[in-house]
Design a protein around this ligand. Structure first.
Ligand code: NAD
Length: 365
C-alpha cells in the first residue's frame, strides 16, 4: 500500500477513483466512503485546488451525516479540479465528462456542492439517470429555494431549547453568512418569535439590538445588496460579530470562524452550526467550558441531504420538510441527552451515535 492510503479505517473508504479525461481536460477524484446503508449520496465540488485526502474527509463527513439522519444512503464525495467561474459551456463539458466517467459507479449518487448547482445536477441526471438536488422542472425539490437546511436549523434549536434554557419566542439571533442557509434559518426562526440582532455577509456586518426589519433586509438581499449597506442598525467590524450579545449564534458561511482565540468572546447560549466545520475542536471545548451549547454541523445542517434523499425516492416537498423536522428533532434530542448523561461534548456523542449506526448497517452485509 502507498502512503495515500494512510487515511483508511474500519469504515472506509471503499473506493478512491482518480479520473482524467484528455478530451476535455477533466481531472476529478471520486471517493465512495461507505455504502452499508445504501448507495452513497454526496456532493460534487468544483474548486481549483483539491486533493484525494480532502475528498476523503468530505466523503466521511457525508457517511456520518447520512447515518445520523437515518437515511438509506452511505457517504461519498467527488471533486473536480477546475475554476467554477469558467464560462458556462466549458463548465458544462466538464460536468458531462464527469457524469460519463462515474456512470458505472452505481453506488454513488451525485449532488450539488460548492461550485456546482441544480443545473449541473440536471445535466448529470440526464446522462446517467441519477443525481439529487435537481430543478423542479425535472422532478426535483429545490432545496435552497425552499430553505431545507434553514428549516432543519430552526427545528434543531427548538429541540435544543430545553437543554440550554432557551426561549425561542424571545431569542435574539446572530447570523454569520447571509446566504441560502442563513436567510432561511432566520426566516423560520422569526416565525417562532425570534429576532435578528446581528448579521454579516462577505460585504460586511451590522447589528441592531432592537431587531432588524427582516422582510426589508431579505428584500434588499434579493436585489443583490450586501447587509453592510442596509439602512438600519450600525455597521461593525465583521470580526466583532462573534461578541454580539444574543441567545442564538448561527455560523452559515466559512469553516473555522469560531476558534480558540475568539470563542471566549461569545455571549450566546447556543451555537447552531449551519456551515460545515465552522468551529475548531479546541473552540468547541472552550465553549462547553463556558456553558455555551453547540449543536454540531452534521446533526444540525442535515436538512439539505435529507431533502435530496426524499427527492431521490420520489417524495414530495412537504414530505421532505416533514422528514427533516422529524429526523433532526429526534437526533438533536438523542445527541444532547447522551452528551449530558455521559458528560462529553455534543460532537463526541453525535460521532459515537453515527459510527454505531454505520457499524450496525455493516453487520447486515
Ligand atoms: P451561500 O453561498 O448561499 O451563502 C454563503 C453566505 O456567506 C453568503 O451570503 C456570503 O456572502 C457569506 N460569506 C462568505 N464569506 C463570508 C465571510 N468571511 N464572512 C461573512 N459572510 C461570508 O451558501 P449556503 O448554501 O448558504 O451555505 C453556507 C454554508 O452552509 C456552507 O458552509 C455550506 O457548505 C453549508 N451547508 C449548506 C447547505 C445547504 O443546504 N445549502 C447544507 C449543509 C451545509
Amino acid at each position: 500500500m502507498t502512503t495515500e492510503f494512510s487515511f483508511i479505517d474500519d469504515l472506509g473508504p471503499e473506493k478512491i477513483i482518480e479520473i482524467y479525461d484528455p478530451a476535455t481536460g477533466l481531472k476529478a477524484i471520486l471517493v465512495v466512503d461507505n455504502v452499508a446503508a445504501g448507495p452513497a449520496i454526496g456532493g460534487v465540488r468544483m474548486a481549483v485546488d483539491v486533493t484525494a485526502e480532502e475528498c476523503f474527509r468530505l466523503a466521511r463527513a457525508m457517511t456520518l451525516k447520512n447515518a445520523m439522519a437515518g437515511l438509506a444512503h452511505g457517504g461519498g464525495k467527488s471533486v473536480i479540479a477546475a475554476d467554477p467561474g469558467m464560462p458556462g459551456a466549458e463548465r458544462s463539458k466538464l460536468i458531462k465528462a464527469f457524469a460519463r466517467a462515474v456512470a458505472d459507479v452505481r453506488d454513488y449518487i451525485p449532488g450539488p456542492d460548492m461550485g456546482t448547482d441544480e443545473h449541473a445536477m440536471a445535466e448529470v441526471n440526464h446522462l446517467i439517470g441519477r443525481a439529487v438536488g435537481l430543478p423542479r422542472e425535472v422532478g426535483g425539490i429545490p432545496l435552497d429555494e425552499i430553505g431545507a437546511t434553514g428549516h432543519g436549523l430552526a427545528v434543531a434549536l427548538e429541540a435544543a431549547a430545553p437543554f440550554c434554557d432557551l426561549n425561542l419566542g424571545e431569542a435574539r439571533v446572530v447570523v454569520q453568512g447571509f446566504g441560502s442557509v442563513g436567510q432561511h434559518a432566520i426566516r423560520f426562526l422569526s416565525e417562532r418569535g425570534a429576532r435578528l440582532v446581528g448579521v454579516s455577509d462577505s460585504g460586511g456586518a451590522r447589528v441592531c439590538p432592537a431587531g432588524f426589519d427582516l422582510a426589508a433586509l431579505l428584500d434588499a438581499k434579493s436585489q443583490g445588496h450586501s447587509v453592510a449597506s442596509f439602512d438600519q442598525g450600525d455597521a461593525i467590524d465583521p470580526e466583532d460579530l462573534i461578541a454580539v450579545e444574543c441567545e442564538v449564534w448561527i455560523p452559515a458561511a466559512r469553516p473555522d470562524v469560531i476558534r480558540e482565540d475568539n470563542a471566549s468572546r461569545m455571549q450566546t447560549k447556543v451555537v447552531a452550526q449551519g456551515a460545515n466545520i465552522p468551529a475548531t475542536p479546541a473552540a468547541e471545548e472552550l465553549l462547553a467550558g463556558n456553558d455555551v451549547l453547540v449543536i454540531p454541523d452534521f446533526v444540525a445542517n442535515a436538512g439539505g441531504v435529507i431533502c435530496g434523499a426524499v427527492e431521490y425516492h420520489g417524495g414530495s416537498q412537504s414530505q421532505a420538510m416533514e422528514t427533516i423536522a422529524d429526523r433532526i428533532r429526534g437526533n438533536v434530542t438523542e445527541v444532547l441527552t447522551r452528551s449530558a448523561a455521559d458528560k462529553e461534548l455534543p460532537r463526541a456523542a453525535a460521532l459515537r451515535i453515527a459510527r454505531e449506526r454505520v457499524l450496525k448497517a455493516m453487520s447486515f452485509i
